[in-house]
Design a protein around this ligand. Structure first.
Ligand code: NDP
Length: 244
């Protein structure tokens, strides 16, 4: 029996890509999962088998009111939330001097402000139950990437946010960690220009893109008691693209 059996997890942006990979891994370990995504049609198509162990919730994580309502629904459906994976994210790339304010704010809102909303919804209850695992998806772009000033700033912000919540809540048996994936084979990376894709491959010793399940296995580690003394950490999952 998996040590995660019957834990309750929320995964944002779980209709596809890395989020869906994490949901699959959790379900395989007996976790009950609430999957959040912005597009109900896509969400329900991907998780049409939703039942006792799996529930889907349409929610725009940039909207604090929606997040509050949906998390209340999740608490009344499952009784508790043990694990929160903040995975929803977008890119709106442009070289900085041509970047619009809309491109800046939309990326900050989805990638960073969303975590303010979701963590506000769970931290008080996790502190009360003296148990919680929060996993925030950052990116290798946190260390800077031309054309991604908005995305890099949001993902570096995730790291500061993660470490601060780790310090504030570690005494309540809550861990807050981040994962910084390199280039992973999902819808997000499919539309990148060919020269950018080739360059990423050349700089990755593994010589290939990562798979969602390779990020999911690290999320599973950080969501379990196998990582009970790991807190405020960022684990890179990038095939050797960047070595700290
Ligand atoms: P995808 O675009 O494949 O999936 C992200 C999901 O999040 C989509 O279903 C998307 O919906 C959803 N989403 C977007 N905005 C919102 C919102 N406001 N509220 C709720 N859900 C939303 O991305 P990946 O799976 O590739 O990425 C997952 C995470 O990993 C992201 O945070 C990303 O930044 C990060 N990451 C990805 C890397 C990669 O190479 N793929 C590398 C490093 C980090 P919709 O499609 O309708 O917008």
């Amino acid at each position: 029996m998996s040590q995660l059996e019957n834990k309750v997890a929320v995964v944002t942006g779980g209709a596809q890509g890395i989020g869906a990979g994490i949901v699959e891994r959790f379900l395989a370990e007996g976790v009950k999962v609430a999957v959040i995504d912005v597009n109900a049609e896509k969400l329900n198509k991907r998780w049409s088998e939703a039942g006792d162990e799996l529930a889907t919730f349409e929610c725009d994580v940039t909207d604090g009111g929606q997040v509050k309502r949906v998390f209340e629904e999740i608490y009344s459906r499952f009784g508790t939330i043990d694990i929160l994976v903040n995975n929803a994210g977008i890119t709106r790339d442009a070289i900085f001097h041509k970047m619009t304010e809309e491109q800046w704010h939309s990326v900050m809102d989805v990638n960073l402000t969303s975590m303010f909303h979701t963590c506000q919804a769970v931290i008080p209850k996790m502190r009360k139950q003296e148990y919680g695992k929060i996993v925030n998806i950052s990116s290798v772009s946190s260390w800077g990437n031309a054309g991604q000033a908005n995305y890099s700033a949001s993902k570096a912000g995730v790291l500061g946010f993660t470490k601060t919540l780790a310090k504030e809540n570690g005494g309540k048996n809550i861990t807050v960690n981040a994962i910084a994936p390199g280039q992973i084979d999902t819808e997000m990376t499919k539309d990148l220009p060919e020269n950018i894709q080739m360059m990423a491959l050349m700089l990755t010793p593994a010589g290939r893109l990562g798979k969602p399940e390779e990020v999911a296995s690290v999320a599973r580690f950080l969501a379990s008691d196998d990582s009970s003394f790991v807190n405020g950490e960022c684990i890179q999952v990038n095939g050797g693209f960047l070595m700290a």
